[in-house]
Design a protein around this ligand. Sequence first.
Ligand SMILES: *Cc1c(COP(=O)(O)O)cnc(C)c1O
Length: 397
Amino acid sequence: MPMLPDSRGRFGSYGGRYVPETLMPALLELEEEYAKAKRDRRFQTDLAYYLKQYVGRPTSLYRADRLTKKLGGAKIYLKREDLCHTGAHKINNAIGQVLLALRMKKGRIIAETGAGQHGVATATAAAMFGLQCEIYMGTEDMQRQALNVFRMRLLGATVTGVDAGSRTLKDAISEAMRDWTTNVRTTHYVLGSVLGAHPYPMMIRDFQAIIGREARKQILSAEKRLPDYLVACVGGGSNSIGLFHAFLRDPKVKMIGVEAGGLGIESGKHAARFSGGKPGVLQGTMTYLLQDENGQINLTHSVSAGLDYAAVGPEHSLYHDQGRIEYTYATDSEALTAFDLLAHEEGIVPALESAHAIAQVVKLAPKLKKSQLIIANLSGRGDKDVQQVARMRGVSL
Ligand SMILES: *Cc1c(COP(=O)(O)O)cnc(C)c1O
């Protein structure tokens, strides 16, 4: 298997750099600086220090005995990204990119956010390194995730509402790209998932790949062998590629990415790009998209804001076509059932995004032998979702 992406940022026919000329110098500078940083011992030592002492890595690989017993099949392990500082894997990437911004002597950080988790992670990293920070967020998402909006403001970030389009993540990314184009000399744009133009999908994958490197060591130490299945939810695709990457060269390790099935594929209200989409270009990259016959981007729906986006990372599109990774979906209602199950059986309230991965484990584990192993990525904790779940159940707090 060759190293991907190639020098043009391509994963097969996916990826690339579909941006206006005005953004090219910024992307080229970032690509060059990142290549240098990757080889720089000092950068790697600093990154490792903050991931250990500030984020709390390595996160544990927890053997979920009660869930295993309840489902009655394969042995289930959870990679506990929910234990990271700020409650999800997003901080792995935010710390990496903010360190890179410091190297590039850029004093201002901008980012987009959907669920608010990436905004919180970026605002956190910016505060810790003393950089100015502005977060773009769709006004619809600001309502759904009011707690995270307040949290970002507590961290000293400016949160700017985006009142265009569907007022969600896609519109926030467009606004952040516009800002970056204008302010590129002073500003670094911290993109939150393996999306956008080269080098972002590669760089963010590299920053998240620590999840799989740790999990590989941990499972070899606990079980003396590799897992049979890896399962992770797929929004843009960063926590999943982060877990999967270290195992891609192990042909016996099967991988399943779980997209948001929303109210079901037939309803049209979902974000399952591989079940309902086809390749096209959105926000700088060629990849699978949810679009109509005229190439207009469809509105998406998911109970979890973090999975609610019309495109998926380009590297996933390649592995989908190659059949290396299988992609499926869980509906809102399946995710909510899994949310309860994990809380009751293991005392872990998962993020609604991560509950989609657990929903797939619920379907998969009983079909496997007791001697088989599943690692599911618990990408984040559910504290941010408690209010929303209460509201949906008609519970007033
Ligand atoms: C943002 C988020 C996701 C989805 O993003 P990916 O890039 O696909 O990982 C999943 N889980 C949690 C907890 C998140 O915050």
